[in-house]
Design a protein around this ligand. Structure first.
Ligand code: TRP
Ligand code: ZN
Length: 506
């Protein structure tokens, strides 16, 4: 068990850890909120609207420079990605209409129409967009002024948007989308492949192919239309609602009804063999595989219905309206990703990886971390799902996996004890082994504390309690304590979840 490779290309963990970051509220409304040490000075963030509103409208008009409303702000104060997401509004729907021309000079042309709700009277608001050229922006059909600085696209609507009003912003854009390199050294964003491209968004890659509120705390429904040269396919999240060819181009439309965080949105363009089927309870399965990986993928992907049945038993009712997988031939990617409905694999996966990514549909895609610091709620759970799968299918018990990790886990997972799962310290350590392996060990310690039956109920209950929502580590510990009020979790939290170094043997 311990010999399974990490889910992600290993990168150096030698950098010293940043000191513990204090908890910072992500809701940009409290004027007294402390500033995260990692956050750059952000004059446009919460204090302005809060102060303006506190002064009352008449005074605010004077105090806030005679302009009705206040700007939304350039981030939501994520402790590790302070500029990710934007303040002042909440997106409810993305309608993306894209055309992609692969080749030596790839080109993406797009129109993004976002439906959003203003949180306060907005004089301006930001979208996150990295690279690409913006040709025009409208708000509710009227041309709006806009400016760009780094990943922030600032939009100034002709008229301020009243608090709580629903508005539509349309952005026309084009260019060659960028590939980003994460602080942890992995590549994401727009990844050209031999026959097309693959868009992967964790944690901030989605801003390379569409403008949006790119933070996991703002989930929305999606409609995506993609036009590609005839002979290629465009595969995304949700369900395929249309496919039509004319003039040498094929247009695919995809619909995602359930709330989706933008980092699990995907688009795969290329040659794919498509297989459609249904699970035992009638859930549509849509699998797209690069022909080069088809033979190696077939026996593994054939187990999707079996894995889904097992996972529904373990984690409760599946949160989405279809499932499947996208298997590309993209060795340069080096990791799989739990893109909603159908995870992406850069090559034919093994069963453990498939179980991991399908488990993420509950833990990550449906119950989504409130901030990037809460990553272990994704990776610890998905890793524990692999342990449970092994235990339930004749492999080692989770206890044995735990024991082996405790005894000599560092041999296979260097840096296993470098930091606590709940506090990776900075963006460079989000995908570190403590988040995955030690995160799973936290769950096993909870299981030992409450017992097997209560633990299984707890997994299902947690997935149900925050279904299609967001949750952070404090929500989780509170949930565990509430479900097992007579148990003592002091050591689990203090040593395993938040403590430095290898905890004493349990
Ligand atoms: N979430 C992916 C998985 O384990 C791995 C991954 C890809 C990742 N990009 C990341 C983890 C960025 C942390 C940060 O299935
Ligand atoms: Zn994972």
């Amino acid at each position: 068990m311990v010999s399974r490779p990490p889910r992600i290309t290993d990168v150096s963990r030698s950098a010293p850890l940043a000191p513990t970051v204090p908890l910072v509220p992500t809701a940009p409304t409290a004027p007294t909120a402390p500033t995260a040490p990692t956050a750059p000075a952000a004059p446009t963030v919460p204090s302005v609207p809060a102060v303006c509103l506190a002064l009352g409208l008449t005074l605010a008009l004077t105090a806030c420079g005679g302009v009705h409303g206040a700007p939304g702000g350039s981030g939501v104060r994520d402790p590790y990605y302070p500029k990710a997401g934007n303040g002042g509004y909440d997106v409810t729907h993305y309608a993306l209409d894209l055309a992609y021309e692969p080749g030596p000079r790839p080109r993406l042309t797009g129109t993004a129409t976002l439906t959003a709700r203003a949180a306060w009277d907005l004089s301006a608001f930001d979208l996150d967009l990295k690279g690409l050229d913006v040709q025009g922006v409208t708000v509710d059909g009227r041309p709006a002024r806009f400016s760009r600085a780094g990943q922030e696209l600032t939009v100034r609507p002709h008229d301020a948007l009243d608090a709580h009003r629903t508005f539509r912003v349309t952005v026309r854009y084009s260019g060659a989308p960028e590939t980003l390199t994460d602080p942890d050294g992995t590549r994401e964003g727009w990844l050209p492949t031999a026959d097309g491209a693959l868009a992967l968004g964790e944690p901030t890659g989605s801003m390379t192919w569409f403008p949006g509120d790119h933070h996991p705390s703002d989930k929305a429904s999606y409609d995506l239309a993609v036009t590609v040269p005839k002979g290629l396919r465009a595969v995304s999240n949700g369900e395929l609602t249309g496919e039509s060819t004319s003039g040498g181009r094929t247009r695919f439309t995809w619909h995602t009804a359930e709330p989706m965080a933008s980092y699990v949105a995907t688009l795969a363009v290329g040659r794919y063999t498509v297989r459609r089927s249904t699970t035992r309870d009638g859930l549509p399965v849509y699998v797209a595989v690069d022909p080069a990986e088809a033979a190696a993928s077939r026996p593994v992907l054939a187990r999707i219905p079996e894995i889904m049945a097992w996972a529904q038993d373990a984690f409760g009712r599946y949160p989405f309206s279809s499932t499947g997988a996208i298997v590309d031939a993209a060795p340069q990617v080096g990791y799989a990703l739990e893109t909603q409905n159908r995870p992406v694999f850069p090559q034919a996966p093994d069963v453990g990886t498939l179980v991991h990514e399908l488990a993420h549909q509950w833990f990550g895609d449906s119950v989504t971390p409130r901030t990037w610091r809460d990553m272990w709620l994704n990776e610890g759970f998905a890793t524990y799902a692999e342990w449970l799968w092994e235990e339930d299918h004749g492999g080692p018990s989770a206890q044995r996996t735990f024991d082996a990790l405790y005894a000599h886990g560092e041999d296979e997972y260097p840096g296993l004890w470098d930091f606590p799962p709940a506090e990776p310290g900075d963006a460079a350590h989000l995908s570190g082994t403590p988040v995955y392996q030690r995160g799973a060990m936290v769950l096993h310690e909870i299981r030992r504390t409450v017992g097997d039956t209560a633990f299984r109920a707890l997994l299902r209950g947690w997935a149900a309690a925050h279904r299609h929502g967001n949750a952070d580590t404090a929500d989780f510990t509170a949930y565990v304590e509430k479900t097992a009020p007579r148990k003592d979790f002091t050591r689990v939290w203090d040593d395993w979840l938040y403590g430095q170094g290898r905890p004493d043997r349990p």
